[in-house]
Design a protein around this ligand. Sequence first.
Ligand code: SAM
Length: 264
Amino acid sequence: MADIDVNIDPVQHNRDAWDRLVEQGDEWTLPVTSEVIARARAGDWSVVLIGHEPVARDWFPAALAGIDVLALASGGGQQAPVLAAAGARVTVFDNSPRQLARDREVAERDGLELATVLGDMRDLSVFADGSFDLVFHPVSNLFCPDLEPVWRECFRVLRPGGTLLTGFMNPDLFVFDRDAEGNRGELMVRHALPYSDLTHLSEEERVRLGGPGGALEYSHSMTAQVGGQMAAGFHLVGFVEAPHHAGVTSQYMPGYFATRAVKP
Ligand SMILES: C[S@@+](CC[C@H](N)C(=O)[O-])C[C@H]1O[C@@H](n2cnc3c(N)ncnc32)[C@H](O)[C@@H]1O
């Protein structure tokens, strides 16, 4: 176990990391094309919540026209503009100014209405209670130290009957040694869960083996993910899994899970 640098602020640290990832053209920062938006306007659309798997259409409300959607930690000009082109009133909330700029690029390029808000997913106080019909929250909570405030805030900003769609990492992926996996394609068990780059890697390793762009990652438990949503008041009504979009583990186990939850 390495020394913990208590001076690292995960929000600022991961903001810088994701801004860097935009510069580097990481896959999750590349905006959709005008063709994708044109098709979405014509009613032909899909978005991803986990990996490269399109979300089942029946996970969404029957009609998107006029519903209020919060795309939570979902910057990058990917899902939010598609949902807006399909008719929803969309607000993108993300911790990276550059990720949000991607969404504005698409909105300006293709003439879409889209609001963007910068912030930490644990604090949605900028939104009044009951502001949204749908919260769309793709894989991103691995960059957040604690989930309890996230579920509480999602519950608060949804209207009764509203839906929360969440993608998250299979925490078991974090047990493996990243050196062995990245360099030799071997899966070697190294870390006890719950894992975080801050507590399980040395400073040198964190720079070399940490999350994308140097982002800090946290494994979280299934209790924190699924139990946490239930504890916040949600009813879980859907669950699917998918392989990780890259890497060795995808041959052996699911890399991602997704939940569909409803506020009663
Ligand atoms: C893998 S990307 C997800 C968005 C992407 N469009 C997708 O399809 O998955 C992770 C996103 O989470 C955002 N993020 C990381 N930490 C955050 C936090 N504490 N609050 C809000 N957003 C955060 C990042 O800026 C980044 O845009």
